[in-house]
Ligand binder design. Structure first.
Ligand code: AMP
Ligand code: MG
Length: 419
């Protein structure tokens, strides 16, 4: 057994820099953003509105189009325009046109009065308020100006963005390709969760949790199963990823044990950029790249060797892998927001490494309040449950009391107060 890791300990931001230096967005593809499930995809082009919206002045309410200069004088109702109609008429002084929401405002009219503020009898309109020029008229380009940039490259599509693409008539749009992320579990003690588990074994939660995390980050996933702690078996699995994936995540086998084979294999097949981080939980997290023939794949395989302990692997994923996966997809904002939060419970730092502790953050009494998810052991997956934040706890000896402020990465929606 080795006593001393050959890998220097890198700082968290150094590790993040090394990863980012090896990442360029993958290729692009054109998809039907309206008819394929495009939510979560990232735009690879800027989208402009060609025509103004609305393209003609439109009524914002149901009512009457008229001239404001006539004040409260009665008007003769000369016609009706509904949405979708093209009025070939003009509103002159002392006349009005019955008009529906969304219908084009006829020439000559400079205001629309709400039906609620009128009376109409025998085609004579009486108004109860003095109309002012511009009332209830949606002017040309009020919502989107002609030629306006509506969605920038790097935007992640959601409901509003897809609505906007439809609004400007952009059904086919260029998006970044989704990374294919292969996930490999390692360990002689690791078993398929729904099969027999021999005494001393553990169910493989990491592979399934990491695949889910990769999909949540917008990727396609490929399971490479569970590899025994055998260099031949693990090498074959890595070579399969080299053939089929953009990114490989491995779980386990990166520590100092005699059966921890991932780091030497990665060093043999490619380049290990770091093999230890001053970071808790997840010190042995490893990052490597493996070159491959450009004809087969334009970019090297990115490999993240994540630790075996379930919390360590998921927290390392969040801090190091997720931003990389978002960058690969061209996301203009690949990082989680980092904010200051107020501790509701006292917490204890790690003496030697910055620690990312799981917490639940909610808005309470005018500030972001963070509650710990309890014992932070790296095998206690329950400490991830309900967490929407990672508290960034600097290394130190003194506990932080309730009321202290710390930085936190926000990883999920705000919780309801008191949860
Ligand atoms: P390792 O990093 O390979 O030394 O693994 C550390 C510990 O993590 C093991 O003793 C297991 O208890 C646990 N572990 C390893 N792989 C998995 C996995 N795929 N799912 C759940 N727990 C795991
Ligand atoms: Mg192991």
């Amino acid at each position: 057994m080795q006593r001393e890791s050959p890998y220097p300990m890198v700082l968290i931001d150094e590790a993040q820099r090394l990863i980012t230096a090896h990442i360029a967005p993958l290729g692009v593809e054109v998809i039907d953003v309206l008819r394929e499930a495009a939510e979560g995809r990232v735009l690879a082009e800027d989208i402009y509105g060609v025509e103004p919206l609305p393209d003609v002045p439109k009524a914002a309410v149901d009512g009457y189009a008229l001239r404001s200069a006539d004040g409260v004088a009665p008007r003769r109702v000369i016609a009706e325009v509904t949405a979708g109609a093209t009025p070939g008429l003009r509103v002159e002084s002392a006349t009005a046109v019955r008009i529906m929401t969304g219908a084009p405002v006829p020439d000559g009219a400079d205001a629309v009065i709400m039906v609620e503020h009128t009376e109409e009898r025998d085609s004579i309109l009486l108004v109860q308020r003095t109309p002012r020029a511009g009332d209830n008229i949606h002017t040309i380009g009020q919502d989107i100006a002609a030629g306006q940039l509506v969605l920038a490259r790097g935007t992640t599509l959601g409901a509003a963005e897809i609505g906007l693409l439809a609004t400007v008539g952009h059904a086919r749009a260029m998006v970044y390709r989704r990374p294919v992320v292969a996930v490999l579990a390692t360990g002689d003690e690791v078993y398929e969760p729904d099969g027999t588990v021999f005494p001393g074994g553990v169910r493989d939660s990491n592979r399934y949790a990491l695949m889910a995390a990769a999909r949540e980050a917008g990727c396609l996933t490929l399971s490479l199963g569970i590899a025994r702690d055998d260099a031949h078996v693990q090498r074959a699995a890595i070579l399969e990823a080299l053939d089929r994936a953009d990114v490989l995540l491995t779980s386990g086998g990166v520590s100092m044990g005699t059966r921890d084979l991932i780091k030497p294999l990665l060093a043999e097949l490619g380049t290990v950029h770091f093999g230890r981080i001053a970071f808790k939980p997840g010190k042995p997290t490893t990052f490597a790249t493996i070159d491959r023939p450009a004809s087969a794949h334009p970019s090297p395989l990115l490999v993240f060797g994540l630790p075996g302990f379930p919390v360590s692997s998921l927290v390392s994923f969040e801090v190091f892998v997720r931003p990389a996966l978002r960058r690969l997809q061209g996301d203009a904002r690949p990082e989680r927001p980092q904010v200051r939060v107020t501790l509701r419970d006292p917490i204890r730092p790690s003496p030697d490494r910055p620690e990312y502790q799981r917490a639940v953050v909610s808005w309470e009494e005018g500030r972001l309040a963070a509650r710990s998810t309890g014992r932070q052991g790296s095998s206690r997956l329950l400490s991830m449950l309900g967490a929407n934040a990672l508290l960034i706890v600097p290394a130190g000896a003194e506990p932080y009391p309730a009321g202290a402020e710390l930085e936190a990465l926000i990883t999920g929606p705000l919780a309801l107060p008191g949860t």
